[in-house]
Design a protein around this ligand. Structure first.
Ligand SMILES: [Zn+2]
Length: 233
């Protein structure tokens, strides 16, 4: 199992680690700052360096039993199990994912409808809403910009299934019902705006989202409105 440093501190750009497994196209470390694809957020890319070599990481995925696989490809040089390495993210790309991801939480709080899908990339992100109403793009855009400029604090905390059950008020305030039976749940809170279970990487405060713009609004069926967002810098 790889220790997921990015869940404690999403601003870590690099870490020292020890190689625990090397397979046909990936390197597994005992700890990492690389986010593995999940929850609509892409896997991180970057570089792993060791004494006498390095490899470009083109994607990051979960493997078996909590191992995080840094995909380097079949032709890449690879370190040996037990080697010490440095793992460094493509931070510019990841930071855009964090801005997008946090912006999507804000968008979900502006449009109080069920979310049926979503996807994040550094260039463009989207959320699909279970809604039939027309979208007032200008109003949504204004509300989103206001939440960014109000600079709400964003934080994460872990709670157990028992703690969640003991706090019915918390369950009522959650915008998304948490998965049951995992033992513990990671909650993402945007103070005064949103509280929901989420495992992704977020900003410290909404002001860091910066210049965000609502793009195309698409009708994807009678009950589905897709909103695209862009970062304007
Ligand atoms: Zn999230």
């Amino acid at each position: 199992m790889t220790k997921d440093l990015f869940r404690q501190d999403s601003y870590l750009k690099a870490c020292e680690a020890v190689v625990t497994d090397v397979d046909h196209d990936a390197i597994v470390l005992d700890r990492t700052v690389f986010y593995p694809m999940g929850g609509g957020q892409p896997g991180d890319v970057g570089t792993i360096r060791w004494k006498g070599g390095s490899a470009k990481v083109s994607d990051t995925r979960y493997g078996e039993s909590g191992a995080i696989r840094h995909i380097v490809g079949e032709d890449a040089a690879r370190p040996k199990v037990g080697d010490s390495v440095e793992a460094e993210l493509d931070w510019d790309r990841r930071y855009r994912h964090m801005r997008m991801h946090t912006a999507l939480h804000l968008l979900g709080s502006v449009l109080q409808y069920g979310v049926t899908g979503g996807s994040i990339s550094a260039e463009k992100s989207r959320l699909d809403f279970d809604m039939q109403d027309a979208v007032d793009k200008e109003q949504v855009s204004k509300a989103l910009t206001a939440l960014v400029s109000e600079n709400h604090v964003v934080s994460c905390r872990w709670i157990t299934d028992e703690e969640l059950e003991a706090q019915p008020d918390l369950v009522r305030t959650l915008s998304v019902q948490p998965p049951k039976g995992a033992g513990k749940i990671r909650l993402l809170e945007i103070e005064g705006v949103d509280l929901q279970p989420c495992g992704g990487t977020h900003l410290k405060s909404t002001g860091e989202v910066g210049l965000v713009r609502i793009g195309k609004v698409e009708n994807k069926g009678k009950h589905n409105r897709r909103l695209n967002i862009h970062l304007d810098d």
